[in-house]
Design a protein around this ligand. Structure first.
Ligand SMILES: CC(C)(COP(=O)(O)OP(=O)(O)OC[C@H]1O[C@@H](n2cnc3c(N)ncnc32)[C@H](O)[C@@H]1OP(=O)(O)O)[C@@H](O)C(=O)NCCC(=O)NCCS
Length: 178
């Protein structure tokens, strides 16, 4: 079963959200409407909560996890992802915040307490260090990620297009599974 309860917490999955049978969503996880979770993604809300917005895609092989409360990390740290976010293949998101309308390039790693502001493209294979904030409407690339250039109007429009195209794709998967 791909959506599993852990202790008292059962994942809350929004209307018309697609979770592939080969993905796993565990525990204190909330996913908004019209989002999608693709094969081999693991979203594990066992030691803190994970919140994912609407029309957001979590693509194949992604790993999403959180940090627990301890003397090293008082209060722990949840993982928050906004609306219309494209999280590319094999991305690792750990206890960070991804604002709405971002593209997280495939293979990237985003560490604890990092904040990616809205309308950012993070290049494939990037690493965002703990606690770093990536400024809105810029292209950020590399390990560690650096601010490369402002996004063009075409790229800003593409961010929405990317989210919308994944909504259409998951609708096809949902209609097939009825
Ligand atoms: C970031 C990206 C969009 C940039 O594409 P682009 O328009 O060709 O970028 P630019 O030509 O303006 O590159 C700007 C600079 O960043 C560098 N760069 C681009 N992508 C990079 C990356 N992923 N990692 C490191 N550097 C990168 C370029 O080499 C260039 O460097 P320079 O200034 O030293 O010449 C693209 O490379 C990318 O990584 N896309 C991610 C796609 C993806 O994973 N989508 C997820 C859904 S499937």
């Amino acid at each position: 079963m791909s959506v599993r309860r852990f202790l008292q917490a059962t994942p809350q999955i929004g209307a018309n959200t697609y979770v592939d049978d080969m993905a796993v969503v565990i525990g204190n996880v909330t996913i908004g409407d019209d989002s999608s979770v693709w094969p081999f993604a693991s979203i594990r809300g066992d030691i803190h909560h994970i919140t994912i917005g609407e029309r957001t895609s979590i693509q194949d092989g992604c790993v999403l996890h959180v940090t627990h409360d301890s003397e090293y990390h008082p209060g722990g740290q949840p993982l928050i992802i906004g609306n219309d976010v494209t999280v590319g293949h094999k991305v690792t998101l750990h206890a960070c915040t991804i604002s709405s309308l971002c593209i997280i390039g495939m293979g990237s790693i985003v560490l604890d307490k990092a904040v990616i502001e809205s309308e950012v493209i993070l290049g494939a294979g990037s690493l965002v260090p703990p606690g770093k904030t990536l400024e809105s409407r810029y292209l950020w690339v590399g390990a560690p990620a650096v601010k490369k250039r402002p996004l063009t109007e075409k790229e800003l429009a593409f961010i929405r297009y990317s989210a919308t195209s994944y909504v259409k794709l998951k609708n096809n998967y949902l209609s097939q599974s009825k």
